[in-house]
Design a protein around this ligand. Sequence first.
Ligand code: G3P
Ligand code: CA
Length: 269
Amino acid sequence: HAAAPAAARTRTPVAIGHRGVPVQAPENTLASIDRAARLGVRWVENDVQRTKDGALIVMHDTTLKRTTDVEKRFPGRAPWRIADFTLAEIQKLDAGSWYDRGFAGERVPTLKRYLQRVDRNHQRLLLEVKAPELYPGIERQLVTELRRAGWLDQDHVKRDLVVQSFSAASLKTFHGLRKDVKTGFLGAPKVSELGAYAKFADQINPSHRSVTAAWVRAVHTVKGAHGRRLEVSAWTVDDGDRAVELARMGVDYIISNAPHRVAEALAED
Ligand code: G3P
Ligand code: CA
Protein backbone atom coordinates (compact mmCIF):
# COMPACT_ATOMS: atom_id res chain seq x y z
CA HIS A 1 0.00 0.00 0.00
CA ALA A 2 1.12 3.54 -0.73
CA ALA A 3 1.10 5.79 2.32
CA ALA A 4 -2.08 7.82 2.64
CA PRO A 5 -1.52 11.37 1.46
CA ALA A 6 -1.42 14.07 4.11
CA ALA A 7 -4.83 15.66 4.56
CA ALA A 8 -5.14 18.33 1.91
CA ARG A 9 -6.40 21.74 2.79
CA THR A 10 -9.63 22.59 1.09
CA ARG A 11 -9.33 26.34 1.53
CA THR A 12 -6.66 28.91 2.14
CA PRO A 13 -7.23 31.11 5.19
CA VAL A 14 -7.56 34.82 4.65
CA ALA A 15 -4.78 37.01 6.12
CA ILE A 16 -5.99 40.02 8.13
CA GLY A 17 -3.72 42.99 8.87
CA HIS A 18 -3.59 43.36 12.67
CA ARG A 19 -4.00 47.12 13.31
CA GLY A 20 -2.98 47.58 9.66
CA VAL A 21 0.56 46.48 8.81
CA PRO A 22 2.47 47.43 11.97
CA VAL A 23 5.72 45.93 10.68
CA GLN A 24 5.74 48.72 8.09
CA ALA A 25 3.67 51.64 9.47
CA PRO A 26 2.36 52.85 12.85
CA GLU A 27 -0.53 50.70 14.08
CA ASN A 28 -4.15 51.82 13.78
CA THR A 29 -3.40 54.80 11.50
CA LEU A 30 -4.57 55.62 8.00
CA ALA A 31 -0.96 55.17 6.85
CA SER A 32 -1.11 51.62 8.13
CA ILE A 33 -4.23 50.68 6.17
CA ASP A 34 -2.91 52.42 3.07
CA ARG A 35 0.20 50.28 3.41
CA ALA A 36 -2.01 47.21 3.69
CA ALA A 37 -3.85 48.23 0.52
CA ARG A 38 -0.58 48.67 -1.38
CA LEU A 39 0.52 45.19 -0.29
CA GLY A 40 -2.76 43.70 -1.50
CA VAL A 41 -4.07 43.04 2.02
CA ARG A 42 -7.85 43.12 1.78
CA TRP A 43 -8.87 42.68 5.42
CA VAL A 44 -7.69 44.98 8.21
CA GLU A 45 -8.31 44.81 11.95
CA ASN A 46 -8.60 47.83 14.25
CA ASP A 47 -9.53 48.81 17.81
CA VAL A 48 -12.24 51.36 18.64
CA GLN A 49 -12.53 53.46 21.82
CA ARG A 50 -14.18 56.74 22.94
CA THR A 51 -12.86 60.19 23.87
CA LYS A 52 -13.97 62.32 26.84
CA ASP A 53 -16.38 64.24 24.60
CA GLY A 54 -17.84 61.13 23.03
CA ALA A 55 -15.97 60.71 19.72
CA LEU A 56 -15.11 57.21 18.54
CA ILE A 57 -11.44 56.89 17.62
CA VAL A 58 -9.11 54.11 16.54
CA MET A 59 -6.45 53.09 19.07
CA HIS A 60 -5.37 49.91 20.82
CA ASP A 61 -4.15 50.90 24.31
CA THR A 62 -6.60 52.54 26.71
CA THR A 63 -4.03 55.31 27.24
CA LEU A 64 -2.45 57.59 24.64
CA LYS A 65 1.07 57.11 25.98
CA ARG A 66 2.65 54.40 23.84
CA THR A 67 1.46 55.38 20.37
CA THR A 68 1.47 59.21 20.51
CA ASP A 69 3.60 62.10 21.82
CA VAL A 70 1.02 62.88 24.55
CA GLU A 71 3.59 62.80 27.37
CA LYS A 72 5.50 65.64 25.77
CA ARG A 73 2.44 67.70 24.80
CA PHE A 74 0.39 67.22 27.97
CA PRO A 75 3.02 66.45 30.66
CA GLY A 76 0.69 67.03 33.61
CA ARG A 77 -2.09 64.69 32.48
CA ALA A 78 -0.79 61.20 33.47
CA PRO A 79 -1.88 58.43 33.01
CA TRP A 80 -3.13 59.87 29.69
CA ARG A 81 -6.32 57.84 29.41
CA ILE A 82 -8.18 58.23 26.12
CA ALA A 83 -11.37 58.78 28.11
CA ASP A 84 -9.85 61.86 29.82
CA PHE A 85 -8.97 63.70 26.57
CA THR A 86 -11.22 65.53 24.11
CA LEU A 87 -11.08 64.78 20.42
CA ALA A 88 -9.61 68.25 19.76
CA GLU A 89 -6.75 67.46 22.17
CA ILE A 90 -6.17 64.03 20.67
CA GLN A 91 -6.09 65.43 17.16
CA LYS A 92 -3.15 67.64 18.15
CA LEU A 93 -1.06 64.55 18.89
CA ASP A 94 1.53 62.98 16.63
CA ALA A 95 0.71 59.28 16.21
CA GLY A 96 3.60 58.54 13.84
CA SER A 97 6.90 59.85 15.24
CA TRP A 98 7.10 57.26 18.03
CA TYR A 99 7.28 54.64 15.27
CA ASP A 100 9.53 56.36 12.75
CA ARG A 101 10.28 59.97 11.87
CA GLY A 102 9.08 59.26 8.35
CA PHE A 103 5.54 59.07 9.78
CA ALA A 104 5.73 62.37 11.71
CA GLY A 105 2.41 64.20 11.70
CA GLU A 106 0.26 61.09 11.33
CA ARG A 107 -2.96 61.61 13.36
CA VAL A 108 -5.09 59.34 15.54
CA PRO A 109 -7.98 58.57 13.19
CA THR A 110 -11.61 59.08 14.11
CA LEU A 111 -13.66 56.00 13.30
CA LYS A 112 -15.51 58.09 10.73
CA ARG A 113 -12.36 58.94 8.75
CA TYR A 114 -11.04 55.43 9.15
CA LEU A 115 -14.21 53.93 7.67
CA GLN A 116 -14.01 56.35 4.74
CA ARG A 117 -10.44 55.27 4.05
CA VAL A 118 -11.22 51.55 4.30
CA ASP A 119 -14.01 52.18 1.80
CA ARG A 120 -11.78 54.15 -0.53
CA ASN A 121 -9.19 51.37 -0.40
CA HIS A 122 -11.87 48.71 -1.12
CA GLN A 123 -10.87 46.93 2.05
CA ARG A 124 -12.83 44.90 4.57
CA LEU A 125 -12.90 45.50 8.29
CA LEU A 126 -12.61 43.42 11.46
CA LEU A 127 -13.59 46.08 13.99
CA GLU A 128 -12.75 45.43 17.63
CA VAL A 129 -14.76 47.13 20.35
CA LYS A 130 -11.84 47.57 22.77
CA ALA A 131 -12.42 47.70 26.56
CA PRO A 132 -16.17 48.38 26.21
CA GLU A 133 -16.57 48.30 30.01
CA LEU A 134 -14.87 51.73 30.03
CA TYR A 135 -17.36 53.21 27.55
CA PRO A 136 -20.98 52.51 28.54
CA GLY A 137 -23.32 52.64 25.57
CA ILE A 138 -20.54 52.39 22.98
CA GLU A 139 -22.39 49.62 21.11
CA ARG A 140 -25.37 51.85 20.30
CA GLN A 141 -23.07 54.67 19.29
CA LEU A 142 -21.11 52.31 17.06
CA VAL A 143 -24.32 51.29 15.31
CA THR A 144 -25.15 54.97 14.68
CA GLU A 145 -21.69 55.72 13.27
CA LEU A 146 -21.61 52.62 11.10
CA ARG A 147 -25.05 53.47 9.73
CA ARG A 148 -24.14 57.09 8.96
CA ALA A 149 -21.00 55.96 7.18
CA GLY A 150 -22.98 53.54 5.00
CA TRP A 151 -21.45 50.48 6.62
CA LEU A 152 -24.82 48.97 7.52
CA ASP A 153 -25.93 48.89 3.90
CA GLN A 154 -26.53 45.27 3.03
CA ASP A 155 -23.58 44.82 0.64
CA HIS A 156 -21.15 46.03 3.32
CA VAL A 157 -22.81 43.99 6.04
CA LYS A 158 -22.69 40.81 4.03
CA ARG A 159 -19.17 41.11 2.71
CA ASP A 160 -17.05 43.64 4.45
CA LEU A 161 -17.63 43.87 8.18
CA VAL A 162 -17.16 41.78 11.31
CA VAL A 163 -17.43 43.31 14.80
CA GLN A 164 -15.41 41.53 17.49
CA SER A 165 -14.74 41.90 21.21
CA PHE A 166 -13.20 40.13 24.19
CA SER A 167 -16.39 41.15 26.03
CA ALA A 168 -19.23 38.68 25.50
CA ALA A 169 -21.59 41.17 27.17
CA SER A 170 -20.70 43.90 24.68
CA LEU A 171 -21.01 41.56 21.73
CA LYS A 172 -24.43 40.38 22.92
CA THR A 173 -25.55 44.00 23.22
CA PHE A 174 -24.27 44.82 19.74
CA HIS A 175 -25.88 41.71 18.25
CA GLY A 176 -29.16 42.63 19.93
CA LEU A 177 -29.07 46.03 18.24
CA ARG A 178 -28.03 44.86 14.77
CA LYS A 179 -28.71 41.21 14.14
CA ASP A 180 -27.56 41.46 10.52
CA VAL A 181 -23.91 42.30 11.33
CA LYS A 182 -21.44 39.44 11.72
CA THR A 183 -19.70 39.24 15.08
CA GLY A 184 -16.64 37.50 16.51
CA PHE A 185 -15.94 36.53 20.12
CA LEU A 186 -12.28 36.96 21.08
CA GLY A 187 -11.29 33.95 23.15
CA ALA A 188 -11.12 30.16 23.08
CA PRO A 189 -14.22 28.79 24.81
CA LYS A 190 -14.41 25.13 25.72
CA VAL A 191 -16.24 22.95 23.19
CA SER A 192 -19.11 22.51 25.66
CA GLU A 193 -19.59 26.30 25.76
CA LEU A 194 -19.59 26.96 22.02
CA GLY A 195 -23.36 26.69 21.68
CA ALA A 196 -23.85 29.60 24.09
CA TYR A 197 -21.48 31.85 22.11
CA ALA A 198 -23.03 30.81 18.82
CA LYS A 199 -26.26 32.55 19.84
CA PHE A 200 -24.64 35.95 19.26
CA ALA A 201 -21.39 35.23 17.36
CA ASP A 202 -20.42 34.01 13.91
CA GLN A 203 -16.72 33.67 14.64
CA ILE A 204 -14.64 32.42 17.55
CA ASN A 205 -11.30 34.24 17.53
CA PRO A 206 -8.64 32.67 19.76
CA SER A 207 -4.97 33.29 20.35
CA HIS A 208 -3.21 30.97 17.90
CA ARG A 209 -1.51 29.32 20.88
CA SER A 210 -4.77 27.75 22.03
CA VAL A 211 -5.73 26.35 18.62
CA THR A 212 -5.77 22.59 17.96
CA ALA A 213 -7.13 20.74 14.93
CA ALA A 214 -9.72 18.97 17.10
CA TRP A 215 -10.94 22.25 18.57
CA VAL A 216 -11.27 23.85 15.11
CA ARG A 217 -13.26 20.81 13.91
CA ALA A 218 -15.55 21.14 16.92
CA VAL A 219 -16.07 24.86 16.29
CA HIS A 220 -16.92 24.14 12.66
CA THR A 221 -19.70 21.73 13.64
CA VAL A 222 -21.61 24.49 15.44
CA LYS A 223 -23.93 26.89 13.60
CA GLY A 224 -23.32 30.55 14.38
CA ALA A 225 -25.72 33.44 14.84
CA HIS A 226 -26.40 33.64 11.10
CA GLY A 227 -26.98 29.94 10.61
CA ARG A 228 -23.67 29.16 8.92
CA ARG A 229 -20.89 27.21 10.56
CA LEU A 230 -18.86 29.14 13.12
CA GLU A 231 -15.56 30.41 11.72
CA VAL A 232 -12.17 30.62 13.43
CA SER A 233 -9.98 33.71 13.21
CA ALA A 234 -6.62 33.14 14.98
CA TRP A 235 -4.23 35.89 16.22
CA THR A 236 -1.46 37.07 16.10
CA VAL A 237 0.72 35.10 13.69
CA ASP A 238 3.71 36.62 11.94
CA ASP A 239 5.58 33.42 11.15
CA GLY A 240 4.82 31.79 7.79
CA ASP A 241 5.42 28.22 9.00
CA ARG A 242 3.03 28.68 11.89
CA ALA A 243 0.45 30.16 9.52
CA VAL A 244 0.72 27.04 7.35
CA GLU A 245 0.23 24.82 10.43
CA LEU A 246 -2.91 26.74 11.37
CA ALA A 247 -4.17 26.51 7.78
CA ARG A 248 -3.81 22.73 7.95
CA MET A 249 -5.84 22.75 11.16
CA GLY A 250 -8.65 24.42 9.22
CA VAL A 251 -8.46 27.98 10.59
CA ASP A 252 -10.47 30.39 8.41
CA TYR A 253 -8.65 33.70 9.03
CA ILE A 254 -5.16 34.53 10.31
CA ILE A 255 -4.64 37.93 11.96
CA SER A 256 -1.05 39.10 11.47
CA ASN A 257 1.29 42.04 11.93
CA ALA A 258 2.85 40.95 8.62
CA PRO A 259 -0.25 39.84 6.68
CA HIS A 260 1.52 40.09 3.31
CA ARG A 261 4.16 37.60 4.46
CA VAL A 262 1.54 35.25 5.87
CA ALA A 263 -0.45 35.42 2.62
CA GLU A 264 2.70 34.59 0.67
CA ALA A 265 3.54 31.60 2.88
CA LEU A 266 -0.02 30.29 2.56
CA ALA A 267 0.01 30.69 -1.20
CA GLU A 268 3.25 28.70 -1.43
CA ASP A 269 2.00 25.83 0.74
O1 G3P B 1 -7.76 40.73 16.52
C1 G3P B 1 -7.23 40.06 17.59
C2 G3P B 1 -6.35 40.87 18.45
O2 G3P B 1 -6.33 42.20 18.00
C3 G3P B 1 -6.72 40.83 19.87
O3 G3P B 1 -5.73 41.36 20.71
O4 G3P B 1 -4.70 43.07 22.11
O5 G3P B 1 -4.19 43.03 19.69
O6 G3P B 1 -6.42 43.77 20.47
P1 G3P B 1 -5.25 42.85 20.73
CA1 CA C 1 -7.41 44.24 18.42
